[in-house]
Write a protein that binds this ligand. Structure first.
Ligand SMILES: Cc1cc2nc3c(=O)[nH]c(=O)nc-3n(C[C@H](O)[C@H](O)[C@H](O)COP(=O)(O)OP(=O)(O)OC[C@H]3O[C@@H](n4cnc5c(N)ncnc54)[C@H](O)[C@@H]3O)c2cc1C
Length: 435
């Protein structure tokens, strides 16, 4: 039997989180096995788009893969794509994918044999092992779930016909003809991507987007917004009082600077919150938090404004009651914010509700829960994890060798979606796994 410390760390998922964790582990002398079911390692959903209209939603100067070198990406752009090397700009996501692949390949070359890539689907996680769909069993000293952003999930009744259930699959939008109108479920970042993709293919139709609150992502400002120092009233006490204080600050300094003020302490606030406070935040404030925190490039916001002004984009607030899709058309039945029943129909319906996280039904995690090796967080945000990202068993004990990183770790870290947040988690986990 092998000595545990000589075994590799098994990483399930080779997107940004998994690939960059493997790179950091290699730099610390720790071997890993990186399991990815898709064709490319390092890019995941976000950075595999070939469409240069799809831009980063974080300034290039802050997108470095390493926690202590936020300028890593901008330096890479200066060397490889100097025409795109604006630290304040929002580079095409395709270039970011190339940067990540480059960093992975360079690390592999510098630390030979420390990263083993496996192209396959992990279907089960056993104690310190992952099982692939081929039946292969890969043993390691620990398993890290870096399974990322699952496809959007629409109500099962809506599947088929004119419903495009996963707009992230290549060519998903090509059946849409130039003059076809579309209904869009969700009005966030995925909707923005979809509208940009449609425009790139010469689409001239009209889009109606429906979301609970009808909020659109806000735009970044023209440059970096210096964070404001938040007073105690914005940090402690009832949520309503904090919101009031934050609004007062936003009137004085601008909302972007207030959001920047919250950025470095978001994790501390999340950890300090009770389950009841988290539930209230998720129920009442989350949609507003998301649109202010995850902003879009100003030029993309201007494009959306043009579409709104031209009547080519309409955004409605409402709760979707039923989704129907036939071979000819799609229909959404919803209850508007004022309680009125509404029916919308169009030749196409596109599910842009964003990543369909559901740890209770996803095969890997559902099995762990059924065996008592994992449990769901009270917040409903996924698996319950400890402060190191270790999976908690049904009895609350943290598994010493099973970790989650990236967006599926939201229950423990809340903001663990964008690169500047994930790279901090990678650093902490790499340190822990090599301690
Ligand atoms: C469309 C989109 C655009 C974004 N744009 C930005 C941006 O501009 N800036 C920013 O900071 N953040 C952005 N994000 C946030 C994004 O979550 C992170 O930047 C980052 O890509 C997350 O990487 P990940 O590896 O955790 O997840 P993913 O990129 O989703 O990668 C997970 C990988 O795991 C694989 N996988 C899953 N299950 C299995 C299995 N059972 N077996 C084998 N492989 C498996 C998948 O194939 C996938 O490649 C964006 C997200 C999306 C969805």
């Amino acid at each position: 039997m092998s000595d545990a410390s000589s075994l590799p760390v098994i990483i399930v998922g080779g997107g940004f989180s998994g690939a960059m964790l493997a790179a950091r582990l290699a730099e610390r002398g720790q071997a890993s096995v990186l399991i990815e079911r898709g064709d490319a390692f390092g890019t995941g959903v976000a950075y595999s788009t070939p469409n240069d209209a799809h831009r980063l939603n974080v300034r290039a100067g802050r997108m470095g893969a390493l926690a202590d070198r936020p300028d890593g990406f901008i330096n890479w752009l200066r060397a490889h794509h100097p025409d795109q090397a604006d630290p304040n700009g929002f580079a095409p996501r395709r270039l970011y994918g190339l940067y990540i692949r480059d960093r992975l390949a360079t690390t592999e070359a510098a630390y030979p044999a420390l990263i083993r890539r496996v192209n396959g689907v992990a279907i089960a996680v056993e104690k310190q092992a992952a099982i692939l769909s081929t039946g292969e069993r890969i043993e390691g000293r620990a398993v890290v779930l870096a399974t990322g952003n699952p496809a959007p999930r629409t109500t099962p009744a809506g599947e088929g016909g004119r419903l495009i259930a996963n707009p992230w699959t290549p060519d998903a939008l090509t059946p849409i003809r130039p003059d076809d109108d579309v209904l869009i479920l969700g009005a966030g970042l995925t909707m923005v991507d979809v509208l940009l993709s449609l425009s790139s293919q010469g689409w001239r139709g009209r889009a109606t987007a429906v979301s609970r609150r009808g909020l659109l992502p806000r735009a970044h400002g023209s440059g970096h917004d210096a964070p404001v120092d938040l007073p105690p009233q914005a940090l402690i006490g009832p949520l309503s009082a904090r919101l009031f204080a934050a609004r007062r600050l936003a009137e004085a300094h601008g909302w972007r600077r207030v959001m920047e003020g919250y950025r470095p302490i978001t994790l501390d606030l999340w950890r300090a919150a009770t389950e009841a406070e988290r539930a209230r935040f998720l129920r009442h404030l989350r949609p507003r938090w998301d649109v202010h925190r995850h902003r879009i490039a100003p030029e993309i916001a201007a494009e959306l404004d043009r579409m709104l002004a031209d009547g080519r984009l309409t955004v409605r607030a409402g709760r979707v009651r039923r989704v129907e899709a036939s071979a000819e058309a799609a229909t959404l039945r919803l209850t508007a914010r004022d309680g009125a029943a509404q029916t919308l129909s169009a030749p196409w319906l596109i599910d842009c509700t964003g990543p369909g996280h559901d740890a209770a039904t996803a095969p890997l995690t559902a099995a762990l829960i059924a065996e008592g090796r994992a449990r769901l967080a009270v917040s409903g945000l996924g698996l319950d994890l400890d402060e190191d990202g270790r999976v908690r068993h049904a009895d609350g004990a943290a598994d010493p060798a099973l970790f989650v990183i990236g967006p599926p770790a939201r229950a423990a870290f809340w903001e663990t979606i964008a690169v500047p947040d994930i790279r901090q988690r990678i650093e902490a986990l790499a340190a822990r796994l090599t301690a």
